[in-house]
Unconditional design. Structure first.
Length: 119
């Protein structure tokens, strides 16, 4: 999958110590394919929701056990998203973009109405 790299350091009496990074088992990781990648995420294990945001300005809600496609997509930011936060006790999702816009979504986590705040 990826390249294996080794690093060397010198222990006692200049004897080289070779360290090989540990390779993860495929069952230990889940890959979510997202155009332009992810800059921020938040996970709510109680509601089984993973929220991601990134350079494409779209907030995605995922079921963490079904990485093939998001459950919902929220559009509304005009700049890359750099912070998302789930407020479980209030059933809200907060997101902040690079243009200092805060979106507050009032939700049951699957349909959201958006409130935009400019700072």
């Amino acid at each position: 999958m990826g390249q294996t790299t080794t690093s060397r350091s010198f222990g006692h009496r200049n004897n080289p110590i070779v360290r090989v990074p540990q390779i993860r088992c495929d069952a230990d990781q889940t890959i979510f394919k997202i155009h332009k990648g992810v800059k921020t995420f938040d996970l709510c294990t109680g509601k089984n929701v993973l929220v991601t945001g990134g350079m494409d300005r779209v907030i995605r809600l995922w079921n963490p056990y079904l990485p093939a496609r998001p459950v919902a997509r929220l559009r509304g930011h005009n700049a890359p998203v750099f912070l998302v936060k789930i407020a479980v006790e209030d059933n809200r999702l907060f997101s902040i973009s690079a243009d200092k816009t805060v979106l507050v979504s009032i939700s049951t986590f699957y349909y959201l109405s958006l409130i935009t705040i400019h700072c």
